[in-house]
Every structure is written in C-alpha cells, then in structure tokens.
Ligand binder design. Structure first.
Ligand code: AMP
Ligand code: ZN
Length: 462
C-alpha cells in the first residue's frame, strides 16, 4: 500500500490511481531565466522519488512544464517578468535565454539520475490553450478586467484557499502578506492575462480577445496539465512555497472552469536552506550543481545527501554534511565492488525478500528515504551472502537512483602505500629528491609504479 502526505487533507492517505493503467502526475517545472540552484534541484530529486515509488507499481504519465514566460518577480502578479529581466541581464533574447537555461537544467536533471518526464511542454507553445481556459472562466463569470489585465475573482469561488487553510487567507484579506493592487477586488485575486505595458513592446506577447499581452504564471500550469492529463490529475507536486499562491490559484481556476476536482493528491517538498536563510534564485546568491562539481563532488553525492532527509523536513545544507554524504556513498560503492568480486555463494531467498519488503515499505510510507537507507545499511552489513546483497541493492536502486551497481572497481591501494605516497609527495615539495627516489623504489617493490606529472605524482598498479 502506497501512502503519501496529501497537503489537501493534511494527512497521510493511501494512494490509488483513477486508472491503474496510467497514473497522471503533473510537476511544476523550472522557470528558465537562470541556473537551477541546489534548492530547486532538491525539489526535482524529491519528485523523482515520487515517480520511482509510483512506477514500482503503475505505469506513470508525468508532465513537467517549462516556464518560459509570465512568472513575475513576485508570485502575486507584481513586478517584472523574470524572463524579460534575465534577457536584459544577459544581453540575449528571452527565447535564447530560455533555451540556454532549459538545456542546462536538463544537464543537471540527468546528472542527478532524475527520470525524464514523458513530456516537458513549454508555456510559450501553449498560449492558445491558456486563452481558451481564460475564455471558459470569463463565460462562467469568474473574471474581471483592470487597467493591467484580466483577473480571477476569488470571492466567486467559495472553496478558494482550501489547500493552504483559513488562517493564511485571513492574513491575505487584511492585505498583510501581499502588495495590494488597488484595482483588485480581493487581495487574493490573481492575473489570468496581463496586458503589455502601453507604448512598450515586450519580447514575448500575443494577441488575445482582451488585448495584446501574456498569460499569468498560474494559468500556464493549469492549461498544460489539463491538456495532457485530463481535468482531474491523480497527483500534482511542487515545492512547499507553491502551496499558498501558485497551487491555490491553479485549483481555483481549474475547478471553476471544469466543475471537477483538479488534483486528488497534492504532494509538496520542503525547502533546502542554508543556515543563513532560504536559498533564492532571484536574490542572486545561490549554489549550483556546477559549483559542487568544482569542489570535487559528484552530482550523486548531492542526491545521496537529499535522500538522508525526509522530503517533508527542511534540509540545512552545509559542506560538512556534503562531505559526509560523499564519504558514505563512496563507502557504499566500494562495498558493491567487493561484493561483485565473489557473488557465487548461494543465498537465503526468504531473508532477502524480507529485507527488500522492509525497504519498499519504508519508501511506500510517504517516501521515508532515511528509513529505507537504514534498512539498506543494516542488510549490507549483515551476514547475508554477496549475491543476496547485490540483488537487494538492485531492488533498492530502482527507488534510490544512485547507480549503485554501475560502479567500476577502482584499484585499491594498500594502506602502507598511501603513507609512502604521502611522504614522497612531501619530499618532492621539499625538493628532497634523494628521499623521493628512495620512496619510489620502495613503492615499486610493493608493485606500485609512480609517475610525476605537472599536476603532481600519479600512481598505478604494475
Ligand atoms: P522555479 O524555477 O523558481 O520556478 O522553482 C523550481 C522549483 O524549485 C519549485 O518547485 C520551487 O518550489 C522549488 N524551490 C525553490 N527554492 C527552493 C529551495 N530552497 N529548496 C527546495 N525547493 C525550492
Ligand atoms: Zn506550476
């Protein structure tokens, strides 16, 4: 039985799809105006775990959009379009900028072993679907016009805000949480279509029944989700920051238009934080996967770090925890290499099945990846046969996505040789070539060849 914490009812619930032949899943994709930071990437790793859990039981159809227009600097329809702003920053067209960062996003996504969604539609290719959705809302009387756009009247949708809860909405009504646009009827109303500024041409704008402009960010997701997955999705995921505005608005406009529930399960991932505060792409100061690579980490070290925390708890990033994740994963890879050396001994199928079930149950219990990892380590350190351990790891890796069985054995250096190499490197730094030659001779006797290169000494087994 698979359980997920459903934000909609604030409880863990058993998950069953509408159609067991195809689970429909929508996950909000990147806004491609800059590099993804490792906080964004934590959300995509969490969503990948959702996909892998679902996939272990059902075929999954997942759509993840690419936001390449309409996401304003404030999620509440104020400020500038992040894409146009980014285009000015880099002296490129908004289209070029979008393509550049979309490509970079997928490089990171693949490096983290995230499974590609079935479709990754771009917002700019779906403008007519968005216009149709707004027209449907207009026909039903949910919209009104202001000087800068067409807005959704949230007072006309009595269930507005169920996802986030009443107390938050009270705060919104008093205007405490958002910049209040005086033409809005209610503080929580949101733009469906924004007009291009008068006497100014935007890079990205389209004609519409209401005038030249561009779609609101929320309407993009609803239109693309329903176009590809139908009116009622099995599940919709995203970062927890999307609960109060983006997903709340997606629900309002979709359900107002169709009269049907929009998504049965809402599953949200918590933030990655850096002790000093939340990591923010627009604030400019953020860590990318490339920055971690430059420091010598492998992308999967970061994936392992994310797996050590439950997706619904904040993860406080530090380089200490990164180093720990790296050392642990490396240790696991080394064990796998040793297991592969001799995997002939027969095993204990019942005990293996029991361990695999325990692992799966942890993943099925609202993706309890920390518990699943502890089951893994317990079994790997047990007296089970190498063959059983490898079978267990193969099962576990379908969920974890750590390429556990694809590791090649690295030649192992005897510990005594490590010390000789360290001393030899120091001798060369001290220009003590006599000692360095003596140490080389000693290492050769141990079967280790040493070569000096501009980057330092390198070794190989004879
Ligand atoms: P964006 O590209 O800005 O639309 O964000 C992409 C995804 O990253 C969204 O699902 C956000 O909820 C998520 N996100 C943004 N910041 C963080 C963070 N610090 N930790 C985890 N997820 C985040
Ligand atoms: Zn979205």
């Amino acid at each position: 039985m698979i359980k997920f914490y459903n934000t909609l009812c604030r409880a863990k619930q058993q998950f069953t799809p509408q159609n067991p032949q195809e689970v429909t899943l929508y996950t909000c994709g990147p806004t491609v105006y800059n590099y993804a930071h490792i906080g964004n990437l934590r959300t995509y790793i969490f969503e990948d775990l959702v996909v892998r859990v679902l996939k272990s039981k059902y075929p999954v159809k997942r759509i993840m959009n690419i936001t390449d227009v309409g996401h304003l600097t404030s999620d509440c329809d104020e400020g500038e379009d992040k894409m146009e702003l980014g285009a000015r920053r880099e002296g490129q067209s908004a289209k070029e900028l979008a393509l550049k960062y979309e490509q970079k996003f997928f490089e990171d996504f693949d490096a983290l072993n995230c499974l590609r969604p079935q479709l990754t539609p771009r917002a700019t290719d779906h403008i007519s679907g968005m216009i149709d959705l707004i027209k449907a809302l207009e026909d039903k009387g949910y919209t009104y016009k202001t000087s800068d756009g067409i807005y959704f009247d949230t007072a006309k949708f009595p269930r507005y805000g169920e996802l986030v809860g009443k107390s938050h909405l009270e705060g919104l009504k008093s205007g405490a949480r958002v910049e209040f646009n005086s033409e809005k009827r209610n503080a929580s109303d949101f733009a469906l279509w924004k007009f291009s500024p008068k006497n100014e041409r935007r890079q990205m704008e389209w004609p519409s029944p209401w005038g030249i402009g561009f779609p609101g960010w929320h309407v993009e997701c609803s239109a693309m989700a329903m176009e590809y997955l139908g009116d009622t999705l099995d599940m919709h995921c995203g970062g927890v920051d999307h609960v109060p505005v983006h997903h709340t608005n997606e629900i309002a406009q979709s359900e107002a238009a169709t009269g049907k529930p929009y998504a049965r399960f809402w599953v949200h991932g918590e933030f990655l934080v850096i002790s000093a505060g939340k990591m923010s792409k627009s604030a400019g100061a953020f860590l990318t996967l490339d920055a971690l690579k430059e420091k010598g980490y492998h992308p999967l070290d970061y994936r392992y770090l994310c797996l050590t925390a439950h997706y619904r708890t904040q993860l406080d990033f530090s380089f200490e925890s990164m180093a720990f994740a790296r050392a642990t994963l490396k240790g696991l890879y080394e064990r796998v290499c040793v297991l592969k050396e001799d995997d002939k001994a027969a095993g204990n199928p019942a005990a293996l099945q029991e361990a695999m079930d325990k692992f799966t149950q942890a993943m099925y219990d609202d993706i309890n990846s920390p518990k699943a990892l502890s089951v893994l380590w317990e079994y790997i350190k047990s007296a089970a046969s190498n063959r059983d351990k490898l079978a267990f790891l193969q099962h576990a890796d379908a969920f974890l996505g750590l390429s556990l069985l694809e590791q090649e054995a690295e030649p192992m250096l005897p510990p005594a040789a490590e010390e000789l190499l360290r001393r030899r490197s120091q001798a060369r730094k001290d220009k003590d070539f006599k000692t360095s030659d003596e140490l080389r001779a000693e290492l050769e006797k141990m079967g280790i060849m040493v070569r000096d290169t501009p980057k330092g000494q390198e070794w190989a087994l004879k």
